[in-house]
Design a protein around this ligand. Structure first.
Ligand code: ZN
Ligand code: ZN
Ligand code: FE
Length: 761
C-alpha cells in the first residue's frame, strides 16, 4: 500500500472470491472521514507476500492533497472520554483519525503535525506509540494528545484573573447554571453560552451582544433531548448526528416543550437552530449541566466576525462574558458553524438545503461537471463570502468568510486564499470575480490579476447563481435559471443596457430573474417589474420603503402606511421616489417579499437581514396552500439584445393592490402571507411554461438567497414538477451568495476550455 497524490495504491493477493470481497469492503467499510472518488484495479503477478506493509510515499508526491473538514468526536473516542479506566478519561482534547480538528488547526502544507497548531505540543511516549501504530485508531492522527502531553484548559474571570482551583468545566457549568454568560473556545472560534431556559440570562446576552431579535442556536446533549424540543424526522436526525455536526433548523414543538427554551432564544420564530456537542469539551460541559439546553451563539458583538484567538476573545468579549473557558490549542483558521435545514420533497424524507456551508463541510471538494483545464481561483461575492479553487474535476470551496466589508473578515479572506493555495498546491492561472466593481472580492481580484499578471474573468451575479446550482447537480446543458435574491447588490451596472428602456439610462438592480443559459452564456428571459428602491441599501433594512414604492407604482393608497410611519419619513421617501433621488430601480424578489410583509402589517423595519421575508414564510407555514393573487406577464417594448427576444416582465401591480385590499379588509396576515407564497410559486411555474414555449427547455434551476425559503422552494418545486419540468435546487452549497464561487468556477472552466481550444487552432 502506498499514498500518492490524492490516491492510494494497494497490492493484495489471494483467491478471487477474497479479492472480490476486499474490493466490496473497501467501499462499504471505509472510515468516516474518507472519501472514495473512484476505485480502479488491474491483475498483477502474485508475489507470495504474507505481511501487511505500508510503503512510504514518493518524495514529490508525498503532499497530502486532501485536507479533511473538522469532524465531531467519534463514538469510540466518546466511549473512552466517559470510561474511568481509559487513560484519556475526561480528557477534553481526545481525538483520533476518525474525529477531531483538521482545517482549523492547519497552518501550512503538507498536512502533518509540525504544520498545525499542535506542533508545539511534543507527544509523550504513549501517544507517540499510538501515532506510529498502523493497526490503531490513532495512526498518524495529527492532533493526537493526552493529559500528559496535550493542551490545557484555563478558566478566567472577566477581569482576566484565573477563576480559582477545581475542574474548569465543572466550574464553568456552575456559572452558567447560576445565570452567567460564558465564552467558550470551540473548534473554529469562540461561542457565547448561557442557559437557554433562563429568560433573564438570554435577555442579558442579547443586550450585551447588541443583538435584538436574530435567533440564537442552542446545543443539547443528544438527539433525544432535541426531539423533546423540536419535531425531528429521519433526515433531520441523521443530519444532527452526522460527523459534520451542523446547526439544523428544526420546527419547535408546542405545549410543554415551549417552557424548556426561553422564547427570547428565537423570538416569534417557529424554528430553532439546534446543534449536538461536537468536541470533547462540549460533551463534558453538557454532561455537567444535565438536561439544560444551552444557548451556543457566535462569540462576537453584533455582526462582527467571530473571535477565534484567545487574546482577541478576551478583549472583544470582555463586556459580554462573565467567565471564559479557554485552552492553549490555537485556532488557525476561523470557521463558523454550518447551518442547514431539511426541505420536504414530494416523495421521500426530504433533502438538505444548506444555508451556511462552513465547519464540517469545508474544504471538502465538490465534483465539477466539466474539466477545469487550469487552476482557477473564484472569489465569490461580498456578503456571506466564500472563495473556491478549481482544478480538473474538483472545486475546493472555502469556509464561510463573513461579510467582506468588515476589515477583519477581509484580512482573513486574503490570508486563507493563500493558505488554500498552499494546501492544495495550486497557483491560479485565472481569477474569476463578480461584475460588481465595489465588492471587496472584486477589488482583490483586480489587484492580484494586475500584480501577478494572472488572467481575469468577470461573471454576472445571477449567471453565477444559475451555474452554481447546475454544477452541484453535475449538469452541463442549457436550462432555465430562476434566480431570486435580494441583497440589493447586483451586477447591474454593467448590464444596464438591457433595461435602459424603462429606467431612463439608470441601472436596474437585478434580483427577480429568469435566465436562460449554461456555463458559456445566458440571456435574461424574464424579470419582475422594476420599482424604485428609495435609499438603496436602506430599503433592505426598512421594508416599509419598498411597501411605499410598490404601492405608489401600483396606484394604491398609502393611508395604512401613513398610520404607522412618521409623516416626515414617509414624505421624504415619496419625494425620493418622485424625483428618483437615490432611488435605483430594482427587480429584486427579496424586496418584493419585504414590501408584502410591510403592506400585510407584519413588519415595517427589520433588525437583521431578511427578517421581514422570513416572518412572512413563518406565517405562511401555519396554513395549507391557498389560491394565488392575480399577476400579469407582459412582453416589453425594450429593444432586443442580440437575437434574443426582449425579456418578459412580471407585472406585480395587481398582486400589490390585492394584498393592500386584503390588509385593509382585515384579512389575517398569515392568510395574506400564504396566498403570496402560492402566488410566487405560480409566477415561477407560469413564467417557466412561457419560456419553455419559446426556448423548448424543460430543466429549471432554483437559486439565489430567496430560495433559503423552504416553503417557497417546496411549493415552486411542486408546481414545476406538476408541469413536467425537471427541477434542481441546492443541496450541497447554499442558494445564497455563499454558493456563488462554485458557479464562478464552472463558468471560468468553460471559458478556459474555449480559450484553450482557440489557441490550439
Ligand atoms: Zn475519534
Ligand atoms: Zn500524550
Ligand atoms: Fe445573490
Amino acid at each position: 500500500m502506498r499514498n500518492q497524490v490524492g490516491s492510494v495504491q494497494i497490492e493484495v493477493e489471494g483467491p478471487a472470491a477474497a479479492l472480490d470481497q476486499f474490493l466490496g469492503e473497501l467501499q462499504s467499510e471505509a472510515p468516516t472521514l474518507s472519501r472514495i472518488e473512484d476505485v480502479s484495479w488491474l491483475p498483477i503477478p502474485s508475489l507470495g507476500e504474507r505481511k501487511f506493509q505500508i510503503k512510504s510515499s514518493d518524495g514529490a508526491a508525498a503532499a497530502q492533497v486532501f485536507v479533511s473538514p473538522d469532524a465531531a468526536t467519534c463514538p469510540d473516542c466518546l466511549a473512552e472520554l466517559f470510561d474511568p479506566s481509559d487513560r484519556r478519561y475526561r480528557h477534553p482534547f481526545i481525538n483520533c483519525t476518525n474525529c477531531g480538528p483538521r482545517l482549523t488547526v492547519i497552518q501550512g502544507a503538507p498536512y502533518d503535525r509540525e504544520r498545525t497548531t499542535m506542533g508545539r505540543f511534543a507527544m509523550c511516549a504513549a501517544c507517540r506509540a499510538e501515532y506510529e501504530d498502523p493497526a490503531g485508531r490513532r495512526f498518524h492522527a495529527q492532533p493526537i494528545a493526552c493529559r500528559d502531553c496535550g493542551p490545557r484548559l484555563e478558566l478566567l474571570r472577566s477581569d482576566g484573573q484565573p477563576a480559582g482551583p477545581g475542574d474548569p468545566i465543572v466550574q464553568f457549568a456552575a456559572a452558567i447554571l447560576r445565570g452567567q454568560i460564558g465564552a467558550l473556545k470551540g473548534v473554529g472560534g469562540f461561542h457565547l453560552v448561557c442557559n437557554a431556559a433562563d429568560q433573564r440570562a438570554v435577555g442579558e446576552l442579547r443586550r450585551r451582544k447588541h443583538r435584538d431579535e436574530k435567533p440564537f442556536a442552542i446545543m443539547v446533549r443528544d438527539v433525544v433531548a432535541a426531539a423533546a424540543l423540536c419535531e425531528i424526522g429521519p433526515a433531520e436526525r441523521s443530519l444532527l448526528e452526522s460527523w459534520r455536526r451542523p446547526i439544523v433548523l428544526l420546527r419547535k414543538r408546542g405545549g410543554d416543550a415551549v417552557a424548556l427554551v426561553s422564547e427570547a432564544v428565537a423570538p416569534g420564530n417557529p424554528s430553532l437552530g439546534v446543534v449536538l456537542p461536537y468536541t470533547p469539551l462540549h460533551h463534558l460541559l453538557l454532561a455537567a449541566v444535565g438536561e439544560i439546553p444551552l444557548v451556543m451563539t457566535s462569540g462576537n458583538r453584533s455582526d462582527e466576525p467571530i473571535a477565534y484567538l484567545n487574546a482577541d476573545a478576551r478583549e472583544r468579549l470582555a463586556g459580554i462574558a462573565d467567565i471564559f473557558l479557554l485552552h492553549d490549542r490555537d485556532i488557525h483558521v476561523r470557521c463558523d458553524d454550518s447551518v442547514t435545514r431539511i426541505v420536504p420533497q414530494q416523495a421521500g424524507a426530504g433533502q438538505e438545503l444548506p444555508l451556511r456551508r462552513s465547519r464540517g463541510y469545508a474544504p471538502q471538494p465538490i465534483r465539477l461537471p466539466l474539466d477545469c483545464p487550469r487552476p482557477v481561483l473564484a472569489v465569490g461575492g461580498q456578503f456571506k463570502g466564500t472563495f473556491a479553487l478549481g482544478r480538473e474535476r474538483q472545486a475546493f470551496i472555502s469556509h464561510h468568510m463573513g461579510d467582506l466589508d468588515h476589515l477583519d473578515a477581509y484580512r482573513a479572506f486574503e490570508r486563507d486564499i493563500r493558505l488554500y493555495e498552499e494546501l492544495f498546491e495550486m497557483r491560479p492561472a485565472a481569477i474569476v470575480h463578480d461584475l460588481h466593481p465595489d465588492y471587496m472580492s472584486t477589488q482583490y481580484a483586480l489587484r492580484r490579476a494586475t500584480d501577478e499578471g494572472i488572467r481575469r474573468l468577470a461573471v454576472q451575479h445571477h449567471h453565477a447563481h444559475l451555474a452554481s446550482c447546475m454544477a452541484e447537480h453535475g449538469l452541463d446543458e442549457p436550462m432555465i435559471g430562476v434566480t431570486f435574491d435580494g441583497t440589493g447588490f447586483g451586477p447591474e451596472e454593467q448590464m444596464a443596457g438591457q433595461t435602459a428602456g424603462q429606467s431612463g439610462g439608470e441601472p436596474t438592480i437585478w434580483g427577480g430573474e429568469f435566465l436562460v443559459g449554461d456555463y458559456r452564456g445566458f440571456h435574461r428571459a424574464a424579470h419582475l417589474r422594476p420599482v424604485g428602491m428609495p435609499g438603496g441599501d436602506k430599503a433592505a433594512r426598512e421594508p416599509w420603503r419598498m411597501a411605499a414604492s410598490h404601492l405608489i407604482d401600483a396606484g394604491g393608497d398609502l393611508s395604512a402606511l401613513a398610520a404607522r410611519i412618521p409623516a416626515a419619513e414617509l414624505r421624504a421617501v415619496r419625494s425620493m421616489l418622485a424625483r428618483r433621488f437615490r432611488t435605483p430601480l430594482t427587480s429584486s424578489a427579496g424586496r418584493l417579499f419585504d414590501a408584502v410583509a410591510s403592506i400585510a402589517g407584519v413588519r415595517d423595519r427589520a433588525s437583521y437581514e431578511g427578517q421581514a421575508a422570513m416572518q412572512l414564510e413563518w406565517l405562511a407555514s401555519e396554513l395549507p396552500a391557498e389560491s394565488s393573487y392575480h399577476f400579469d406577464i407582459e412582453a416589453t417594448a425594450a429593444s432586443a439584445t442580440g437575437n434574443q427576444p426582449p425579456p418578459m416582465v412580471i407585472d406585480t401591480r395587481p398582486l400589490i393592490r390585492a394584498v393592500a385590499d386584503d390588509a385593509a379588509r382585515g384579512v389575517a396576515a398569515n392568510r395574506i402571507a400564504r396566498q403570496f407564497h402560492s402566488t410566487m410559486a405560480e409566477v415561477i411555474g407560469a413564467v417557466c411554461e412561457r419560456i419553455r414555449g419559446r426556448a423548448g427547455l424543460s430543466a429549471v434551476a432554483l437559486s439565489g438567497g430567496v430560495f433559503m425559503n423552504a416553503l417557497l422552494t417546496a411549493e415552486a418545486e411542486r408546481r414545476l414538477s406538476a408541469a413536467r419540468f425537471r427541477v434542481y435546487r441546492h443541496r450541497l452549497v447554499p442558494p445564497n451568495d455563499g454558493g456563488l464561487c462554485l458557479g464562478q468556477i464552472a463558468i471560468a472552466a468553460a471559458a478556459l476550455a474555449v480559450a484553450d481550444g482557440k489557441s490550439e487552432e
